[in-house]
Design a protein around this ligand. Structure first.
Ligand SMILES: [Zn+2]
Ligand SMILES: [Zn+2]
Length: 273
């Protein structure tokens, strides 16, 4: 069990032989080296000992160590130039990246532009909270595509942003669901992207919602039975705060945004701001 004894040995200095420190930390080195010089040029009559020579050797080692430290510092300097994880440029990091600030502003503008268009489309169409609609339910059995009246309950506003219109990479596609209550008592979630929600508001370019299943475009959209002009809260429409947009900016890079056409998507919407 050698390992048990590791670190329990008493350290002894190879220069002055005192216990409790080693040659690197020896406080006697400079004094002994000075004495060595004095003996050599005849100004001291002290007899030359082993510890004088050991002190000279230790002093030389100290100088070498210091020189190596300086050289290493000079060498590692260009290597320490890190790249910004957002824009890949050197000389700054994500926290003080001016490019990130620009993209942040672009996304905020794009998002508010999208929310404004969504809010006005909903209001214009009369599909506000409380609107009575007729829903075409695709079901198996006798009456496929039966119509059920339903009331629009709420919009998932915290999850709705300009990425709802993004139809590119799966990683960034944003699906939200509209909650409605059918008259047979069941709460139903309508996925705006997949069913007919996208057909009922804002079909002109740029589209408010992506088309996920173009082959289902023959699907009857909601039929409006009784309109509600309840506006969406303006605090939501005009707010720059958005959890998922913050995540997007925090965890992805500019090259990813370019690669996945998210920059183009944001620019399209920001132009409408
Ligand atoms: Zn010592
Ligand atoms: Zn940067």
């Amino acid at each position: 069990m050698n390992k048990m004894r590791y670190g329990k040995r008493i350290t002894r200095c190879r220069v002055c032989w005192a216990a409790g420190h080693n040659s690197v930390g020896c406080p006697e080195v400079d004094r002994l080296a000075e004495e060595w010089h004095a003996i050599n040029n005849g100004t001291s009559l002290v007899k030359l000992r082993y510890d004088h020579a050991a002190a000279i050797r230790e002093q030389r080692k100290r100088k070498d160590r210091e020189a190596k430290k300086i050289a290493k510092k000079a060498l590692s300097k260009p290597r320490r130039k890190s790249r910004c994880s957002f824009c890949s440029e050197t000389g700054h990091n994500r926290r003080n990246c001016t490019e990130l600030t620009k993209v942040q502003t672009l996304f905020a503008k794009a998002n508010i532009a999208w929310k404004r268009k969504f809010a006005s489309a909903i209001k214009e169409a009369g599909y506000g909270v409380g609107a009575l609609v007729s829903l075409t339910i695709d079901s198996w059995g006798e009456d496929r595509k039966k119509k059920i009246p339903a009331i629009i309950n709420s919009f998932p506003l915290p999850d709705m942003n300009f990425m709802c219109a993004y139809a590119g990479s799966w990683d960034f596609v944003t699906n939200t669901q509209l909650q409605i209550t059918t008259t047979n008592g069941e709460d139903t979630f309508m996925n705006e992207g997949t069913d007919s929600f996208h057909c009922m508001v804002g079909d002109e370019e740029p589209r408010l919602f992506k088309k996920l299943r173009p082959w289902r475009d023959d699907l009857t959209p909601f039929e409006l039975l009784h309109a509600s002009y309840t506006p969406l809260p303006s605090e939501w429409v005009e707010s720059e705060e958005d959890k998922s947009i913050s995540w997007l900016l925090k965890n992805n890079s500019l090259s990813e945004f370019k690669w996945h056409s998210i920059m183009k998507h944001a620019e399209t919407w920001a132009a409408l701001y």
